[in-house]
Design a protein around this ligand. Structure first.
Ligand SMILES: Cc1cc2nc3c(=O)[nH]c(=O)nc-3n(C[C@H](O)[C@H](O)[C@H](O)COP(=O)(O)O)c2cc1C
Length: 124
């Protein structure tokens, strides 16, 4: 197959989008992010790339915590919703029928319905 020459850009799509929960048990939010991945294994470091204009951005900046929740087929609609609506106006946990589950030692809740949740602290 002939290849297309593409100038610039980090084209690694399609990546599986994840649902990132943040905030507190009482005031939590979820943002869908496609820009996430591994930075380092020892020490374990991951990243998320969140636009400053997102409601989640200031929450994560302030708390220094977030949880990366992987999605499943059952969570596809919720992942889409959390990537389309802002937590400044709606409670996404409630709208999507998701359950906040406490993470020991963290204020940010994880999504109980996700099979794998990575609780993270911001270092940079
Ligand atoms: C599949 C998908 C992937 C997305 N990936 C990102 C991303 O990596 N970074 C980002 O800042 N926004 C991303 N967005 C957009 C945010 O999820 C969206 O603007 C969301 O409504 C922000 O929520 P918030 O205002 O409650 O923080 C993505 C949206 C979708 C649907």
């Amino acid at each position: 197959m002939a290849k297309i020459e593409w100038r610039g850009g980090a084209l690694l799509a399609p990546l599986p989008p994840a649902m990132v929960s943040c905030g507190t048990q009482e005031a939590s939010n979820i943002i869908t992010v496609a820009w996430t991945g591994i930075l380092n294994t020892v020490p374990p470091k991951t990243y998320i790339s969140v636009r400053p204009r997102r409601h989640s951005y200031s929450i994560i900046r302030e708390s220094g915590e977030f949880v990366i929740n992987l999605t499943t087929e059952e969570l596809v609609r919720a992942a889409d919703y959390c990537g389309m609506y802002t937590g400044a106006k709606v409670d996404k946990f409630e709208k999507c029928g998701l359950t906040r589950e406490a993470v020991p030692g963290f204020s940010a809740p994880m999504i109980a319905e996700s099979p794998l949740s990575l609780a993270c602290r911001v270092t940079d």
